[in-house]
Design a binder for this molecule. Sequence first.
Ligand code: GLC
Ligand code: CA
Length: 558
Amino acid sequence: MAKTAWYKEMAVYQIWTRSFCDGNGDGIGDLWGVLSKLDYIKSLGVDAIWFSPIYPSPNADYGYDISDYKNIHPDFGDLELFKKVLAEAHDRGLKVFMDLVVNHSSDEHPWFLESKKSRDNPYHDYYYWRPGRRLGRRQLPPNNWTSLFEGGAWEYDKDLDEYYLHLFAKKQPDLNMSNPKVREEVKDILRFWLDLGVDGFREDVVTFIAKTDGLPDCHPWIPVANGMKHYSNLPAAKEYLAEFKRDVLDHYDCFTVGESPMTTADTALRYVTEGEDQVLDEMIAFSHMEADCLATDMIRRPFNLRKMKKAFSSWQMKLQGKAWNALYIENHDHPRIISRYGSEKYHDESGKMLAAMYMLQRGTPFIYQGQEIGMTNMRLPDTDLYPDVMTQNTVRILSKFMLPSQVLKTVQEGARDNSRSPVQWSAEKNAGFSTGTPWFQVNENYAQINVAAQEEDPNSLLNFYRKLLRFRKETPVVLWGDYVELLPEDKNLYVYERNHAGRKLLVVCSFTDKQVRFQAPAGIELDEKALVLSNYDMNMVIANGFTTRPYELRVYLF
Ligand code: GLC
Ligand code: CA
């Protein structure tokens, strides 16, 4: 089937179902809840929903450890209910994307249970089972890799006297994608959901699916994610993706976006450059999410605007004319953006500025549940209250050299649990998320920050998101324009232009509560009539410039 590029104009809403809306009162979000909110999602002006994994899972990593790829987690409903959600989404013109998590499965997946029965079991080679190494009387794991989530990357099985590889948690054994049978299973999963009517996939850590033959040691050794050069962006990963595309995806009109931790724009282009060799429609970047941390959210640093701008501009410029960006500032893996790059004090102002800042770039915007009302981080009083496996692993590591109070502060600011608190629908009990006891803490600011209150207020952040999404859809220069950054060295302002067919869009974002003078560059006449979006009233221009108010946003269309 000829590939159409409908995905370039769309905007996507991400649902992390467990915390979205609880329809049956057991405290866990579910597909009944989703069904009840489809009109709300549609009302935002998005075109698609991406579901973080909703398959059966022991929840070692809240759904990213899958024990059945072709079913729905009983907490969320069942396949029949999913079909209803799909049909009702389609009726509203919303596409539906699933999360494809095939770098690893759950250790409770039947394939894994079979694989560990014996070395000659037909499923043994579905995973990376390897014997240990001997060092004198000591037995060592097969190599020196460390996992991203839980200590070493190998777990020993006594019965088999072998180790299995897990790049993430122990309960997430890596699938051996070099085994053609595993690749056939992946294709089978893709066909299953596509035949059901699903419109595409977000492909979890897809740049990790190939490993160097022989799984060699990696030096110099580091305590977390040691071994990355032997599993990140290997040529075989692209070959596998090409095979999935040729054998399955090309036969459907569907969309794919890959997730690619630690990947640069140059490397991403290997996968997403349009043409014969393209294997994914878009790639999820990480570098722009590292402006207040070092490689991971859990190593905190003061926010550095220039770092953020450099990252955005690198992807914008490098993909320009060649490939399409995936744009986001929040998802289930990162703390809330207003608490990071914005200001809780200037909640609405910074929320609006941040929304326009990323959504007016070139690419497909993704919006994470609760982002549209500006949900913030939580600051729970004890690290034990943060259930995520990655958070707990980081607590263990940081506790070796940090005071408990510093560890707690890091978790409060950096944990991805921050984005997983229940969506704040109203000022009612449990923020209107559930009539039962929510599985996780509701942010106590729900009385102020909630959907119902923002529905009432024409100037709310929620209504700003709607306006912004409509503006993007209706304005060709936003959809198609070239991107040029201005003032790249400025430490307070992020300014860029988009140009297309004789039209120019100028986006001016202040990332500070301080007053900063913005002077329009030569050739641009700041005309109040050209102002199309802003987060304050009274947008005066003096001598072709203005002095910013806290987190001010101005967007001019010429
Ligand atoms: C991806 C997911 C994350 C998960 C990890 C392991 O990064 O987005 O939530 O923990 O992969 O599957
Ligand atoms: Ca429920």
